[in-house]
Design a protein around this ligand. Structure first.
Ligand code: HEM
Length: 494
């Protein structure tokens, strides 16, 4: 009897399982990518996303896989997290996937542009070829000439306070970088003492992007002060009275403003937006590089040994480094340090700018494809790809030599061959990538050679600061990290 029942169940079971697979397949066809359900018709998942973007995307991925859609404020987002799909997003041309949204958001969030946004966006696009050309590997050396000396002199100012008090790491790392970069890019006419305001504005950017209520007054005031400093800087008559010079790069910017009849307040808003893009990610990378090195004494020891070796055995001197062209620092003598910088970028990048699809198409994803509909927004979840253990074993940890495994090739990013998206890619590589790597590297060399940095108040353990849940683009933190600075005893061996 039992075997008779079994013999009927078996073919029945096969049929049921066959039908179920077909239904699943057909449903998948209809619902791929799967949609994140939400009870709120227009708002959709906006609150969950805006309150904690990275955590929200991670939990969706866990439930629905690497590709899914969600609704946010009437916009339909398709999130892609595999390396194949993210590469396709960066490779797509702007007629298919347009990333104007990011530029508009930057103008609004950073510089407070509400009126004339489209027109200012067009002027911004006219500045891009100049940025592209001036910051290319070949031309960069002309721009960075004053950078090294200024960076060094800004860092040296901390000698006055080092033994007296604990110092916030963010300031020690970011302020010298900020001032030296401004001198190189904008010239000595650019106002000093603006770091605190830019830092304040930068800290508010995740909340501003999220458009959720927050105490915005201090950062709005900081933005206003920055804009009035920049407006003053953009008036050559005033600068002649105060003294100071414009860089060639700044003069070209100003020519573009003049040729397009951009009034000074609008020009200041464009400069502020550019300035934020110039500083924000680089300052963050530099800060997190030191956080990771200080939290990993073995890694710190190895990177410092490489830097010391460059001085003690390879004939580098402080003078030669401060005057070095970025190309000279692209050297096999700093392979481990460069790997540490790229590893920091891998860990800190969150996602690419959302792009809007201008027509229906299939986005290539490895061997398969993802159907995209006109009007959908595509979000490349770079963080997910960088945290995927099959791409990066031990992915959540800082592995100092992760990108030091291949022979050094001048002019190539050390991440070549790895699925690395922190600096964009394809048709959309970051225009400031060579500048960012050079700045971070030179600063790290100076600091590692000249200073010992330890946790303040004698703490022996170093803890990684908490990541701000609303970070976008790259990770932010709200934690102050206090450090004690001690000059290294090097005798005359500089
Ligand atoms: C560590 C520092 C930096 C990181 C991690 C970084 C990251 C990126 C990424 C991921 C993109 C592509 C965005 C996308 O298409 O979705 C990008 C584009 C860009 N970056 Fe950077 N960046 C850095 C430094 C800089 C610097 C110093 C500049 C100098 C001005 C700069 C200027 C630009 C510009 C102009 C674009 C192109 C925007 C566009 O085509 O729409 N970046 N960057």
């Amino acid at each position: 009897m039992f075997s008779a029942v079994l013999s009927t169940i078996h073919p029945l079971g096969t049929l049921v399982s066959f039908c179920t697979s077909w239904v699943a397949f057909l449903l998948r066809e209809r619902t791929f990518p799967p949609h994140i359900p939400s009870a709120l018709p227009y708002i959709g998942s906006a609150l969950s996303y805006l309150l904690a973007p990275t955590a929200f995307l991670a939990s969706c991925q866990q439930r629905y896989g690497a590709t899914y859609t969600f609704l946010m404020g009437g916009r339909n987002f398709v999130v892609v997290s595999s390396t194949g799909a993210i590469s396709s997003v960066f490779n797509a041309n702007s007629r298919t996937l347009c990333n104007d949204l990011m530029h508009h958001q930057m103008l609004e969030v950073v510089a407070g542009v509400k009126k004339n946004q489209e027109w200012l966006h067009q002027i911004m696009m006219k500045l891009f070829p100049l940025v592209d050309k001036s910051l290319s590997r070949r031309s960069l050396g002309q721009i960075t000439e004053p950078f090294g000396r200024e960076l060094f002199s800004q860092i040296e100012k901390y000698r006055r306070v080092y033994s007296v008090k604990a110092i916030p790491l963010i300031h020690f790392i970011q302020q010298p970088l900020y001032d030296a970069t401004n001198l190189a890019i904008f010239g000595s006419a650019f106002p000093l003492d603006t770091f605190t305001d830019l830092h304040m504005l930068d800290k508010s950017v995740p909340s501003r992007f999220g458009r959720l209520p927050f105490w915005s007054r201090p950062s709005s005031r900081a933005r206003q002060r920055l804009l009035s400093h920049i407006e003053e800087y953009l008036q050559p008559d005033k600068i002649i009275m105060i003294g100071g010079e414009y860089s060639q790069f700044a003069l070209r910017f100003m020519e573009i403003f003049e040729a397009n009849d951009v009034c000074t307040p609008d020009a200041a808003r464009l400069v502020l937006t550019f300035m934020w893009g110039l500083h924000s990610n680089t300052m963050s990378t530099s800060f997190w590089l030191f956080v990771h090195l200080l939290a990993d004494p073995e890694a710190l020891k190895r990177v410092r040994a490489e830097v010391d070796n460059a001085f003690d055995a390879e004939g580098y001197t402080l003078d030669s480094l401060l005057d070095a062209d970025p190309d000279e620092l692209d050297s096999h003598h700093f392979v481990l340090l460069t790997s540490a910088i790229m590893e920091t970028m891998r860990l800190t990048a969150l996602h690419a700018a959302a792009r809007i699809a201008n027509h229906d198409f299939d986005l290539k994803d490895g061997e398969g494809s993802i159907p995209i509909k006109e009007g959908q927004y595509i979000l490349g979840n770079v963080h997910a790809a960088h945290m995927d253990e099959s791409n990066y074993p031990n992915a959540h940890n800082f592995v100092v030599d992760r990108f030091a495994d291949q022979p050094h090739q001048k002019g190539k990013l050390q991440t070549e061959g790895h699925p690395f998206y922190s600096l964009g890619g394809g048709r959309h590589p970051c225009k400031g990538r060579w500048l960012a790597i050079y700045q971070t590297k030179l600063q790290a060399i100076i600091l590692l050679r000249l200073w010992d940095i330890t946790p303040a108040n004698g703490a022996s353990e170093w803890s990684i600061p908490k990541v701000h849940g609303r970070s976008i683009g790259v990770i932010h933190t709200r934690d102050e990290v206090l450090v004690q600075l001690n000059p290294r005893q090097l005798g005359n061996q500089l």
